[in-house]
Ligand binder design. Structure first.
Ligand SMILES: Cc1ncc(COP(=O)(O)O)c(C=O)c1O
Length: 381
């Protein structure tokens, strides 16, 4: 499906680390974090060992606890909802914009005003009556409509945690993704725009929250604590120096990495736009730079997506349905009583969307190959 784009300099950076005795909490972690402050203008960047860890620390820093309501989207990777559940808070879903797959701000505004109407069937008695935060996701590398989301947050006094795990380097009306809420989080699994193997970074301008998150990622050690003193109950969410060194090196290549992905997306668009029954990704005018994470096409209703997926796999092309709705994942559906039909736009995109092979190292010939096979198989069903 994907392949990291590593240069000799990225490999050398890791070798440099392992030739020293400093494998954790050293110079490279600081360099990596500085690269994020430089890119985004954020006051603080806090590196962690996954995007999920980063989102979890934001939930902790925002003071979200048992029964608190966080409005989020069911069209995402599960960790954007899991981090709410980690704190026994309640994710309340609103449906999405059918073109971008991002949170629908009108539904968000309605939910913030009339939360009772949007509570899940089961488990709502645990919910406090007040909404605490909004957790929008920049889906597939395209920022959510953050002006509209922030307007709702302002009206109701809510914290905004922007899940930019899929959108490093994207811009919204000229502003960097991740900087648009109170907190932003990026992730670096090997299919992401830059990779550290595993890793994540939080950005924020909030000094107090940054101090707390630095302590929580480091087993709850506050500034001044010794190695065996723990002011808070924390976690081991630290990134190691090998990962940070790879990430710092990759960050120096960010523009090149994003441009290569833009080129692959453009090759796909040119070849897929005229195939009947296939829709290519929609990019909003407000998205001043798309940071292509995956390339998800949609099929018209009449085409059986799962059948075409099977045929592509059989011909050696890996593909993946994207996303399976969060509210229908068994542990969520069971806990909150969700059923098919609850979030129709999310379910519709979940049924019709297919991620096809995508990375910055794909060649034009490989893109041609995927598109030719797709075209052939579509004529057969
Ligand atoms: C939208 C979204 N949120 C959160 C994450 C979690 O990141 P990680 O896999 O690094 O924990 C991902 C990554 O896959 C993601 O796509």
């Amino acid at each position: 499906m994907s392949s990291p784009d590593l240069a000799d300099a990225d490999r050398q950076a890791v070798l440099d680390v392992i030739n020293t005795p400093f494998l954790s909490m050293g110079k490279y972690t600081k360099d990596f974090e500085k690269a994020f402050c430089d890119l985004t203008g954020a006051k603080h960047a806090i590196s962690v060992n996954s995007g999920t860890a980063g989102l979890h620390l934001c939930v902790r820093a925002a003071g979200i606890g048992p029964g608190d309501i966080v409005i989020t989207t069911p069209f995402s990777f599960v960790s954007s909802s899991n981090v709410i559940l980690f704190e026994n808070a309640i994710p309340v879903f609103v449906d999405i914009d059918p073109r971008t797959g991002n949170m629908n701000p009108e539904l968000l505004a309605d939910a913030a005003k009339n939360i009772k109407k949007h509570l899940p069937r089961v488990g709502a008695t645990r919910a406090s009556p007040k909404v605490k935060a909004i957790l929008p996701v920049d889906v597939f590398g395209q920022p959510a409509d953050m002006d509209a989301i922030n307007a709702v947050a302002k009206e109701h006094g809510l914290t905004v945690i922007e899940d930019s795990c899929e959108a490093l380097g994207a811009t919204y009306k000229g502003k960097q993704a991740g900087t648009l809420g109170d907190y932003g989080v990026f992730a670096f699994y090997p299919n992401k725009q830059i990779t550290t193997g595993e890793g994540g970074v939080i950005i924020t301008d909030n000094d107090k929250a940054a101090d707390l998150m630095r302590a929580l990622r480091n087993q709850g050690r506050a500034p001044g604590d010794t190695w065996l003193q723990h002011t808070y109950m924390g976690y081991n969410y630290r990134i190691d120096e090998m990962s940070a060194a790879m990430g710092a090196s990759q960050m120096t290549r960010l523009d090149e990495l994003l441009s290569k992905r833009e080129q692959v997306a453009a090759w796909y668009e040119a070849r897929l736009s005229d195939i009947a029954g296939v829709e290519v990704p929609y990019v909003e005018p407000y998205t001043t730079r798309m940071s292509w994470f995956v390339y998800v096409i949609r099929f018209e209703e009449r085409i059986n997506r799962d059948e075409i997926a099977k045929r592509l796999e059989a011909r050696g092309i890996p593909v993946r349905p994207y996303f399976l709705p969060i509210h229908l994942q068994p542990y969520i559906a069971e806990q909150f009583g969700y059923k098919e039909g609850d979030f129709p736009v999310t379910e519709d995109l979940g049924r019709r969307g297919l991620a096809i092979p995508f990375s910055g190292v794909m060649t034009e010939e490989q893109v041609d190959f995927v598109c030719t096979i797709l075209r052939e198989e579509l004529t057969k069903i």
